[in-house]
Design a protein around this ligand. Structure first.
Ligand code: C2E
Ligand code: CA
Ligand code: CA
Length: 752
């Protein structure tokens, strides 16, 4: 607080410094215009000196990042001081300086320094833009000066030799300063008080000079008025140097927001009409000397104006064209741009990647469009940074991006680097940092291949990546077409399968490794088409999830399991574990429905285990609350929760601490690969998982146990439960009952 007030005081004091200077300057001005010429020259010296000092003080105090123009201005003021000293010394008794004198040379230098200062107002990198606009003003200004000053000077014969040359030079410099000032206005985006003061001063200077010469040639003199203009310009320059905003006024950012604003168009029209007006004036006025040279120059300038306006028009067209190819949100290209680049024949092999954020729609719906837009903009930037700069990066739809890159090989690496970039946490204002995954479809683009199929193929590859669960890369393969067709058909059949009674549930026993007893059984869905073909769950469940059919099918499985459970639990105390997908858990009524089915079937909660995969927990960021609440509710009624395929997903251990979990199902790949290889490294993983389970008080089930050696190893590691082909394959309920009646295998109970 205190420092802020202190800062404000400093700022207000600094602003008042420049006000004081302006006030004092106004007085000097008044004096300067009233006094006789012989004294007035001293006022000029005083004002020029004060402006020079003001500029030097300003640069010292406000430290502009781009100080060159300010130093040049100070030098110009110094030069002007010298010019006035020179003129004062060369003054004849009538108060008119002799010509030529040192003063005239110094004044010429003043104008040059002013021009250079305005020229260097913006950084060199920006100096190419705005040239056409400046040239338009230059042509119009030249026409005016030509008609009003230069032509009379050349043709009426009153001034000759060095005098005429010096006037022509001054007029030329004025035009240059005017044009350079216009250029600054066009290309600099800065509109600070100091900037406005500077532009005003430059304008005033040029205006005063023009009036002066025009009056001079007309044989008149309003020297009090012109003194007011010149002194005023100097005072304004000094005040600009003292204003604190002078530090931010130079070397500014390029880019003009509206290159085709109405105001600018109006200015172009008036300038063009101005030239015509001058031509008409020259034609009608009875001016001394020959008319034709005057008119020829005006005609040439008029033609130059026409050419410049056409160039300007084409610039605007290019700009507009570029804008229609841009995505307004991310600043990347859009579909039109991608299309254009795809149609352009590439010499090298190219690759097209479609990138889609997983779960973005949910995020957008939950946290609003503003947060969503932030994620999209940042994703665009990350993709841009992850691919070569020569690549075309566009946004096609809401959260779908495309990259077209030249690639001799390594398409996969390119896609991989995008995945890695997207995986980084997103820091969003007012929200905890979020993570996203992405699906990427990759297709090679061969030269001369029409683009719609390329886009379609890439889309298919993307779709495949999404179908496989997202967070992965799929490279296009012609078979994907057939697959998609088959999928569409399967989805259609899926909707009827439930009513047609084509589903069945098989059970696979889960064995207590210490006793050999059946501790539970996993319910596994089976689909048999009327023609007898069996469709594996790995094939149809992702489709059922995608089409939403899983909710009805899952409900059916639970009803079916509860019916079967009644006897299993009563007679054998065997619990059943049911696979439940993320889609089912997102339905806020899922738990309530499940509990109602249990209740109706008179099955206690303890008889049921709900199996979810760890990816359910990690990827459904937006539904985390719903999912947790449902699991919690189930647990309150005795239902246990198992994490399926543990160790294959994100394995972010954080959720184990936060979520209600009872059982870990160690993924089958650990059992198969690692126990068989028997390496210390592999074993270490199993030990770690089992140890984790123990320390969190969880029961661990090993999956896919196929050999006695595997079972033995697991038991020696104190793994609680196991399931697999070694004990039994998934089979109809009758087989499970059969299995429960079998004598317990001695090999499993006898510990040597
Ligand atoms: P999962 O939950 O990991 O199920 C275990 C899979 O491993 C089953 O495949 C099972 O038949 C198989 N398996 C059992 N023992 C062995 C073994 O010793 N060796 C090998 N190599 N495999 C073994 P299945 O029945 O094809 O099920 C595949 C996946 O389908 C399941 O994986 C589960 O994610 C899903 N699924 C099955 N039924 C349902 C269901 O009712 N609802 C939901 N949402 N998903 C289900
Ligand atoms: Ca399972
Ligand atoms: Ca599993």
């Amino acid at each position: 607080m205190a420092t802020e007030r202190c800062y404000q005081e400093v700022v207000s004091r600094e602003i008042s410094v420049h006000r004081w200077y302006l006030g004092a300057g106004a007085l000097a001005l008044l004096g300067g215009s009233l006094l006789v010429p012989a004294v007035r020259v001293w006022v000029y010296m005083l004002v020029a000196a004060s402006a020079m000092v003001a500029l030097a003080v300003g640069v010292r105090r406000h430290r502009p990042v781009w100080p060159a123009p300010w130093w040049l201005l100070a030098a110009a003021m110094g030069m002007s001081l010298l010019a006035n000293i020179g003129w004062a010394l060369a003054m004849d008794p009538a108060g008119v300086p002799r010509f030529p004198s040192v003063g005239d040379a110094c004044y010429a230098a003043t104008l040059v320094l002013l021009a250079v200062s305005v020229y260097r107002w913006v950084r060199p990198a920006q100096q190419r833009s705005g040239v056409v606009d400046a040239a338009i003003v230059a042509v119009a200004g030249a026409a005016a000066l030509w008609t009003l000053v230069v032509a009379p000077l050349l043709f009426d014969g009153r001034f000759t030799g060095l005098r005429m040359a010096s006037y022509l030079f001054y007029v030329g410099m004025d035009l240059l300063i005017l044009v350079l000032t216009v250029r600054v206005v066009v290309i600099s985006r800065v509109r600070t008080p100091a900037y406005r003061l500077m532009v005003t001063a430059a304008g005033l200077l040029v205006l005063t000079d023009s009036c002066y010469y025009a009056l001079l040639l007309a044989g008149e003199s309003y020297d009090r008025l012109t003194a007011l203009g010149w002194l005023g310009a100097y005072v304004i320059i000094g005040a600009a140097g003292l204003h604190p905003s002078m530090a931010r006024s130079t070397g500014s950012v390029p880019g003009n927001p509206s290159p085709a604003s109405r105001r600018r168009m109006a200015i172009y029209v008036s300038l063009t009409l101005g030239i015509s007006l001058l031509t008409i004036l020259s034609l009608s006025a009875a001016l001394p000397g020959s008319q034709s040279p005057r008119l020829i120059v005006l005609e040439v300038l008029g033609a130059a104006m026409a050419v410049l306006l056409i160039v300007r028009l084409s610039q605007l067209a290019t700009l507009l064209n570029r804008r229609t190819h841009l995505d307004t949100l991310t600043g990347l290209g859009n579909r039109v741009m991608l299309q254009e680049h795809l149609d352009r024949p590439g010499r090298r092999r190219r690759v097209l990647l479609l990138v889609d954020l997983d779960g973005f729609r949910d995020f957008n719906d939950t946290f609003g469009h503003q947060a969503g837009d932030t994620v999209l903009v940042e994703t665009g930037e990350r993709i841009r940074a992850a691919v070569p700069s020569s690549a075309t990066v566009v946004r096609l739809a809401a959260d779908e991006f495309a990259v077209l890159a030249e690639a001799d090989a390594g398409d996969h690496e390119l896609a991989q680097s995008i995945l890695v970039a997207v995986h980084q946490p997103y820091r969003l204002q007012g929200l905890a940092s979020r993570r996203f995954a992405a699906s990427i479809g990759v297709v090679a683009v061969t030269a001369g291949q029409p683009s719609p199929p390329v886009l379609r193929d890439a889309d298919l590859a993307l779709h495949t990546a999404q179908m496989r669960g997202g967070d992965q890369i799929a490279v296009f393969d012609p078979e994907m077409h057939a697959e998609r067709l088959a999928n569409t058909e399967l989805v259609a059949q899926l909707h009827d399968a439930l009513d047609a009674g084509e589903f069945d549930v098989h059970y696979q026993p889960i064995i207590d490794l210490a006793t050999g007893d059946v501790a539970a059984a996993e319910a596994l869905l089976r689909w048999t088409r009327p023609d007898g073909t069996r469709i594996p769950p790995d094939r149809f469940i992702p489709l059922a999830e995608q089409s939403g059919a899983i909710v009805a099918i899952g409900d059916w499985v639970i009803r079916r399991v509860c019916r079967d459970l009644h006897r299993l639990w009563r007679d054998h105390r065997v619990a059943v574990t049911v696979n439940v997908s993320a889609h089912q858990l997102r339905d806020p009524l899922f738990a309530a429905r499940l509990l109602q089915v249990l209740h109706a079937g008179e099955v206690p909660g303890a008889a049921l285990i709900v199996e979810i995969t760890e990816t359910v927990l990690v990827t459904s960021v937006t539904d985390a609350a719903t999912v947790t609440a449902q699991l919690q509710e189930l647990r309150e009624h005795g239902v246990r929760i198992a994490i399926d395929d543990f160790g294959t997903g994100y394995s972010s251990l954080a959720y184990l601490r936060e979520l209600p979990v009872d059982i870990l199902k160690m993924d089958g790949s650990f059992t198969a690969r690692q126990i068989d290889n028997g390496g210390a490294r592999e074993l270490a993983f199993i030990r770690a998982i089992l140890e984790l389970g123990r320390s969190l008080d969880l029961v661990t089930i090993a999956e896919a146990v196929e050999t006695p050696a595997q079972a033995e190893r697991l038991r020696s590691l104190d793994c609680d439960l196991a399931q697999g082909y070694l004990f039994a394959r998934p089979a109809p309920l009758a087989d499970l009952h059969e299995f429960l009646r079998r004598p317990i295998e001695p090999a499993l109970t006898d510990v040597p």
